[in-house]
Design a protein around this ligand. Structure first.
Ligand code: SIN
Length: 285
């Protein structure tokens, strides 16, 4: 398949995601980069293999999608590059250089913010020989697979998201007592359970785990059971793409219509270091 600017792609999974072929991002011209951005907005996720990008080039690239977003845990940003967050199990001089297993558990990034990040980009610096795959779940395909009656029941429901709840309860990546500043900067928010994509109006199932404390207007445990049921459905095999990493891969996904999770690996045997960048997003509707 090709676009107007001759971007060669192949699907990551039938109906979801695109691997972009024969593009060297560090040397691509403006038309090619515009084609890459366009491909992203239409496919939910893009993959480019074999890239050689400096941190500054990564920031310039993500800026094509929107203003680069800051990170909440500033201790793990790359020195000199505040928009580049490091995921790693490496330690230098006894100190971790990044967050370890930070993204394990199905979620959508920054769902605890009024304007969650639009996209997430991961760049593979070093990867284990096995494990540590990243999984993406296609919320549009999951929504489209529901019966019209079920869609009607779910449309209009809202979820309550809480950063404080997330940081106090998460299983991987370290629980934290939050400073007053972090609490002030991250008040609870509500978002729709069914999200509309601004590019073309397509709808996506948009639950999450970790940050959700209730379905607004529904008592627990019923509300959280509904969220669990929908996450389980959306992350079942028919809707999931599994990415096996190689050094130099760039994987980007559209948080407006996907959930994602990292997976564990043998961290006594392997190192994994990834650079993560975000572009700002809009208020979900
Ligand atoms: C993330 O959720 O941001 C990271 C996922 C991964 O490390 O595979």
């Amino acid at each position: 398949m090709t676009t107007a600017v001759q971007i060669k792609t192949r699907e990551l999974k039938p109906g979801f995601g695109a691997e972009i072929l024969d593009v060297d991002l560090a040397r691509a011209d403006a038309d090619t980069l515009a084609g890459v951005v366009d491909t992203f907005h239409r496919h939910g996720a893009i993959l480019l293999r074999g890239q050689g990008m400096t941190p500054a080039q990564l920031v310039d690239f993500v800026a094509l999608f929107g203003e680069p977003e800051d990170h909440t845990q500033k201790q793990f940003t790359l020195p000199g590059h505040p928009k580049v967050f490091v995921l790693s199990n490496r330690e230098v001089d006894g100190k971790p250089i990044g967050a370890h297993n930070d993204g394990v558990g199905w979620h959508t990034d920054y769902s605890y913010k009024a304007q969650p990040v639009m996209c997430t980009m991961l760049y593979a610096v070093e990867v284990p020989d096995e494990g540590s795959d990243t999984l993406l779940a296609d919320g549009c395909a999951a929504w489209n697979a529901l019966s019209p009656e079920r869609q009607k029941e779910l449309d209009g429901l809202r979820l309550h998201h809480s950063y404080q709840h997330f940081m106090a309860t998460r299983e991987f990546g370290g629980r934290q007592e939050l400073s007053d500043e972090l609490k002030r900067d991250n008040p609870d928010v509500e978002h729709p359970l069914i999200r509309t994509h601004p590019a073309d109006g397509r709808k996506a199932l948009w639950p999450s785990t970790g940050t959700v404390t209730e379905v607004v207007g529904m008592e627990n445990p019923k509300g959280l059971e509904l969220v669990d049921e929908l996450v389980e459905f959306m992350t079942s095999e028919p809707f999931v793409f599994r990415h096996k990493w190689q050094v130099g891969d760039i994987l980007m996904w559209d948080n407006r219509c996907t959930l994602h999770t990292g997976t564990l690996y043998d961290d006594t045997k392997y190192f994994r270091t990834m650079h993560r960048l975000w572009a700002k997003g809009d208020a979900p509707y």
